[in-house]
Design a protein around this ligand. Structure first.
Ligand SMILES: NC(=O)c1ccc[n+]([C@@H]2O[C@H](COP(=O)([O-])OP(=O)(O)OC[C@H]3O[C@@H](n4cnc5c(N)ncnc54)[C@H](OP(=O)(O)O)[C@@H]3O)[C@@H](O)[C@H]2O)c1
Length: 181
């Protein structure tokens, strides 16, 4: 069984779209009632670790979509709860959506680095870290001109490799369906 977390988020929804209808796919969300009809759904809330034992029962592969829009200590606690629960439930392989570089100095990179190290240190889990680039949608949003027609993002001449969420979703699906490869 493959369980995908965060399926009502931007990336998770695109992942689920590509997996819907496949045998053995389960959707995980804080709001499972919002999962499209026909897809088995389970309550998954990393802030309520007690939900995770039941949610991860029978799961072989966990596609752990980072739950990142919070302070580092909160995100670290979320990911720690998810990985601990995966270990206890006997999950075989965790696929984790991280950042393009493990040395990134972006403000939100710390929680990703912590999570990668936690996975590496696991005595039982196999894991794959997806090195997701900056969302093109995000870049588009911050570089859009304001009402005065001025683009005020401090990007300067810097170069960025941005990627559409849909492409990241496709890569995540391919990895999650054949994690050993
Ligand atoms: N590469 C980039 O440019 C970039 C930019 C921004 C963020 N990110 C990272 O990539 C992740 C996915 O991006 P996105 O666009 O899909 O973000 P998003 O639309 O904000 O969705 C994040 C999803 O994470 C899940 N989540 C949040 N808190 C959770 C909790 N306590 N327990 C379980 N699940 C929780 C939720 O899914 P449910 O609603 O289904 O519970 C939420 O909808 C983000 O969370 C962030 O870590 C990457």
């Amino acid at each position: 069984m493959l369980l995908v977390t965060g399926v009502n988020g931007g990336l998770g929804a695109l992942v689920l779209e590509r997996l819907a209808g496949r045998e053995g796919v389960v959707a995980g969300s804080r709001t499972p009632q919002r999962v499209p009809a026909g897809v088995p759904a389970r309550l998954v809330d990393f802030d309520r670790p007690r939900t995770l034992a039941e949610a991860f029962t029978g799961v072989r592969t966990l596609l752990l979509i980072s739950a990142g829009a919070a302070e580092d200590d909160v995100v670290i606690a979320r990911h720690g709860a998810a990985i601990g629960a995966a270990e206890r439930a006997g999950v075989d392989h965790v696929v984790y959506t991280s950042l393009s570089g493990d040395g990134d100095h972006l403000p939100y990179a710390l929680a990703h680095r912590w999570t990668e190290r936690r996975l590496r240190a696991s005595a039982t889990l196999r894991w794959t870290v997806l090195r997701n680039g900056l969302y093109a949608e995000f870049l588009g949003a911050i570089t859009a001109p304001g009402p005065d027609g001025v683009i005020s993002a401090p990007l300067g001449d810097g170069r960025l490799a941005a990627v559409a969420r849909a492409d990241l979703a496709e890569a995540a699906v391919n990895v999650a369906l054949a994690p050993a490869g």
